[in-house]
Design a protein around this ligand. Structure first.
Ligand SMILES: [Fe+2]
Ligand SMILES: [Zn+2]
Length: 377
């Protein structure tokens, strides 16, 4: 409980709020007004906003300011509208740099040592127990991947898992795709060669948020799964060569996939951050890299940065290597956790995986709803 003790109108028109523990924070007039929760501003039932931003006066100032029992801050604005803000709400929405940093959700970076503590759950147990589901989703979200065991080894089961975790995204590959060696493949994934770590389908708008890969058969020697935390590699690049990091963050490359019926193209940076520098996405795919449309001098420097990043992704200590057994399903944030596989010999046994894509938002929503229901505040 954060009790407000004083509120003061400052010379620049901002409002300074001070709490019982002595700390204070200032809030701008327009920002506060747009966060008014009164029944005229927000629908009391669904919380949605009832006015347009242009409905607010261009110039807005405080007419009177007071602390009312609660205690909350009450403001009468220059246009006569009255707003009230609770001390807890203001404390949770402070805009100072320390408070904003504390609210940032930082990814937990990992390397091959995660092998000793994999984010793993049994699929039937997870289905039966929301607490286990939430625990798995929390680790999945922090690490950018998770493993499910005991998924039925029936063809198509991966799409059922996808539709339980979110909603399967249908693409030109269909609702799901098979990863096994076939003659004359249209994609290197359908051969027996090793695949370097990559994110899937960076040629789409948007790229798939989540990829599921479900193992149905794993008799062929080799074909182990490789996972790399793209965020850990990007942080290493940032530490070792900030200029290289900035090039990959700001200069987009073209990605493309084409076959007889399809021509998919997208242009995106290999590394994305928010304006505070927090990593948001890594896209890396050698097979579908098309060409770099950038000024010649920028392109030369960019290639050095690209090479350096690719070298980091090959580091042994970053590569988690494990073997998917029949019934295992790995779930990856496709714009963070890169995946690949070692080569296998299709003549020595069968290897069959099925995969599908889902969006990130439904999984994130599920995690927040489970949090709300299992740990009510
Ligand atoms: Fe892939
Ligand atoms: Zn209002």
């Amino acid at each position: 409980m954060s009790l407000l003790t004083t509120t003061t109108l400052q010379a620049d028109g901002t409002i300074l709020a001070t709490w019982a523990d002595g700390h204070s924070a200032s809030f701008g007039a327009y920002w506060l007004r747009d966060n008014c929760r009164c029944a005229q501003c927000r629908h009391p039932g669904n919380g949605q906003k009832l006015y347009q931003i242009v409905d607010l006066p261009a110039q807005l100032s405080v007419r009177t300011l007071s602390l009312v029992p609660g205690p909350s801050l009450e403001v009468i604005w220059s246009d006569g509208h009255a707003s009230a803000y609770g001390g807890d709400w203001l404390a949770a929405h402070q805009l100072g740099s320390t408070a904003r940093r504390a609210r940032q959700v930082k990814p937990v970076l990992w390397d091959q040592r995660i092998a000793a503590d994999m984010p793993v759950a049994s699929w039937p147990a997870l289905l039966a127990d929301p607490a286990q589901e939430l625990a798995w989703l929390e680790r999945y979200t922090a690490l950018g991947f998770g493993l499910l065991k005991d998924v039925p080894t029936t063809p198509g089961a991966v799409a059922e898992v996808g539709d339980r975790l979110g909603y399967v995204r249908i693409t030109n590959y269909g609702r799901l795709f098979d990863v096994k060696s076939v003659p004359n493949p249209t994609n290197l994934a359908y051969t027996a060669v090793a695949l370097g770590v990559h994110s899937d389908n960076p040629y789409r708008h948007p790229s798939p948020g989540v990829q599921l890969l479900h193992c149905l058969e794993a008799e062929a020697p080799g074909g182990d799964t490789l996972l790399v935390d793209g965020f850990a590699a990007a942080e290493l690049l940032r530490q070792q060569d900030l200029a290289a990091f900035e090039l990959l963050r700001t200069v987009p490359m073209n990605f493309r996939y084409a076959d007889a019926q399809t021509d998919l193209r997208a242009r995106q940076t290999l590394i994305s951050t928010d304006r505070e520098g927090v990593l948001k996405a890594v896209h890396f795919n050698n097979r579908s890299a098309d060409w770099l449309d950038a000024p010649a001098d920028v392109a030369e420097a960019w290639y050095q940065a690209y090479r350096q990043f690719a070298q980091l992704l090959l580091r042994d200590e970053l590569q988690l290597v494990f073997r998917l057994a029949p019934g295992d399903c790995v779930v990856m944030q496709n714009d963070r956790t890169l995946h690949g596989r070692t080569a296998f010999d299709p003549n020595l046994g069968r290897r069959h995986l099925q995969g599908c894509y889902i969006d990130r938002d439904a999984m994130e929503s599920r995690r927040l709803v489970l949090r709300r229901t299992l740990n009510p505040a």
